[in-house]
Ligand binder design. Sequence first.
Ligand code: CA2
Length: 150
Amino acid sequence: MSATILVLNGPNLNLLGTREPSIYGAETLADVEARLAARGRDRGVGIDFRQSNHEGELVTWIQEARDRAAAIIINAGAYTHTSVAIHDALRAAGLPVWEVHVSNVYRRETFRHHSYISGIAEGVIAGFGTRGYDAALDAAVARLAAPPPS
Ligand code: CA2
C-alpha cells in the first residue's frame, strides 16, 4: 500500500482564488488539490487534502494522522501565528511536517513573522504562491524514500 501524505489547510484558505489575488494568486484551493493529487499519483503517494476553519477539527485530524499518514504538509493559515494546540498536536503526531505559506509572511505585518509550527517543521516554504505546496510534496516524497540516518 502506498504512503499517504496529509495536506492540511487552515482558516480562510477556502477563499483562495476568490479574493486578494495580489497576495494569494488566482488559483482556488480545489485547483491546488487537483494538482497535488496528480503529482502524488505520479510519485506513488496518496494525498489526503483537507481544509477547516476550526482549530479543534485541525487538531483532531492531526491526531488521527498518526495512524493514517506518513507525513504532514500544513498551511495553518492564521492559526500558524496563534495556536499552541496545533503545535502540540503536530509534536505528538511524531510525523515529519512541512509548513507552507502562499504569501511571503516576512514581508507582511509583524504578527505574521512568528510561527508556532516552524520550530518543529522539517522545512518551511513561504512566498512561492501555491507552488509551495508542490515543493513541500516533493520534499516529503524525497524524505519518505530516503529517511535521514537516526
Ligand atoms: O500566506 C499564507 O498562506 C497564510 O498562511 C495565509 C493566511 C494568513 O493568515 C497567514 O498569515 C499566511 C490567510 C489565509 C486567507 O486566505 C485568503 C485567501 C483569499 C482571500 C482572503 C483570504
